[in-house]
Design a protein around this ligand. Structure first.
Ligand SMILES: C[S@@+](CC[C@H](N)C(=O)[O-])C[C@H]1O[C@@H](n2cnc3c(N)ncnc32)[C@H](O)[C@@H]1O
Length: 343
């Protein structure tokens, strides 16, 4: 049995995503700015493996069995969308809130088009079935399995794909805290949401490549005790925080000297992927940390080679992990972020 899926990603990462999903048994068919249509030969295989581990790093959302719709005006597009919604609804009774999303990849015009179609569709729906329309909630909830709802992705001005089931990979835009010393703060806040785990009061954090202090700030906000390791200077307010100490040493040579693993390892060092891989391998194989969040700057290196190395069941990082989430975050650029719990 074959199944078709639509996967969305960051613009310009379609080719990389296509290569990545090929290793998950998906055959990429067509693609455009920020999306890929792919086919899976064996649908049951996909269902069995739809755990956090198998969400592709470069995917933002995965939508099942997309239906192509096209129309020249917002009004006729919205009519088609209402018809599709009602046909799918059939005689089902909706008593609980349900999810919907009108998304698009690319330019401002397309975003605006999706918003106009959403407004028109919701107005029409309110007129026809106001009780059901009132229960509509925007967004794909981040969940370990597919969520039912109404998900529309615009690929062009007059063209969209509709799915009734979607899976979010969890990326989201975070709000900047004006006191945070750097914008890297946003990445860590986003990573906590995807991981579903964050430092608690009095937990210990070792922050490798900490300066100017965005990640440390995030941990301090939660009441954690932080050791920042960086030759560079920290900024206020982390610099003088009572829960903060700063070691001006090389993070690559630093050795953790304690019988008990530290609660959290943060790693955000501007270095080649292989160097960061080796550093994480050292920390995990020596059981120096319980949880870790690491950002790897991929730059011009091949991210698929790196992902295969991380996921290798013999000498990768995966064998040391109880849980491992790998994502290109909303706030990541040419980077990927690893969030893991050690065995
Ligand atoms: C992207 S910045 C980190 C930003 C930080 N996470 C924040 O939230 O503000 C990278 C940092 O890695 C540090 N770094 C690079 N190589 C290092 C090394 N070998 N040891 C320690 N720090 C290093 C740099 O000094 C720089 O401050």
């Amino acid at each position: 049995m074959t199944a078709q899926i639509l996967i969305t990603c960051k613009t310009d990462y379609e080719k990389i995503l296509a290569r990545e999903i090929a290793s998950y048994n998906f055959t990429p068919q067509t693609k455009g700015r920020g999306w890929i249509l792919a086919q899976l030969e064996n649908k049951t295989l996909f269902k069995e493996h739809r755990t956090q581990l198998t969400i592709p790093c470069f995917a933002h959302s995965i939508r099942e069995t997309p239906i192509a719709v096209s129309a020249a005006s917002v009004n006729s597009l919205a009519d088609q969308l209402v018809n599709l919604f009602l046909t799918n609804l059939g005689s089902k009774r909706i008593a609980d809130p349900w999810a919907f999303l009108f998304s698009s990849s690319g330019n401002e015009q397309l975003i605006h088009r999706a918003k106009s179609a959403e407004k028109s569709w919701l107005n029409k729906l309110q007129k026809k079935i106001s009780r059901v329309a009132k229960l509509a909630r925007e967004g794909i909830p981040y969940n370990s399995s597919f969520v039912e709802g109404f998900f529309v992705h615009f690929i062009d001005f007059n063209q969209a794909f509709v799915s009734f089931k979607a899976l979010s990979a969890g990326q989201q835009r975070m709000q900047m805290d004006p006191k945070a010393p750097s914008r890297s703060y946003l990445k860590l806040e986003e990573a906590f949401k995807i991981f579903g785990n964050e430092p608690r009061r009095n937990e210990k954090v070792i922050d490798l490549g900490a300066a100017p202090g965005g990640w440390s700030y995030s941990a301090l906000k939660r009441g954690a005790i932080v050791i920042a390791i960086d030759n560079g200077p920290l900024k206020s307010p982390v610099k003088l925080h009572s829960n903060m100490s700063h070691l001006k040493v090389d993070a690559l040579k630093y050795t953790y000297d304690s019988s008990k693993p530290v609660d959290w390892l943060f790693c955000d060092i501007l270095e080649k992927p292989d160097i960061i891989f080796n550093l994480l391998h050292k920390w995990l194989s020596q059981k120096w940390c319980r949880n870790f969040i690491a950002n790897i700057k991929v730059g011009r290196n091949d991210p698929i080679v790196l992902l295969n190395k991380i996921n290798n069941s013999r000498d990768g990082l995966l064998p040391f992990c109880q849980a491992l989430y790998i994502r290109q975050l909303y706030h990541d650029r040419e980077e990927i972020t690893l969030m893991g719990q050690a065995k």
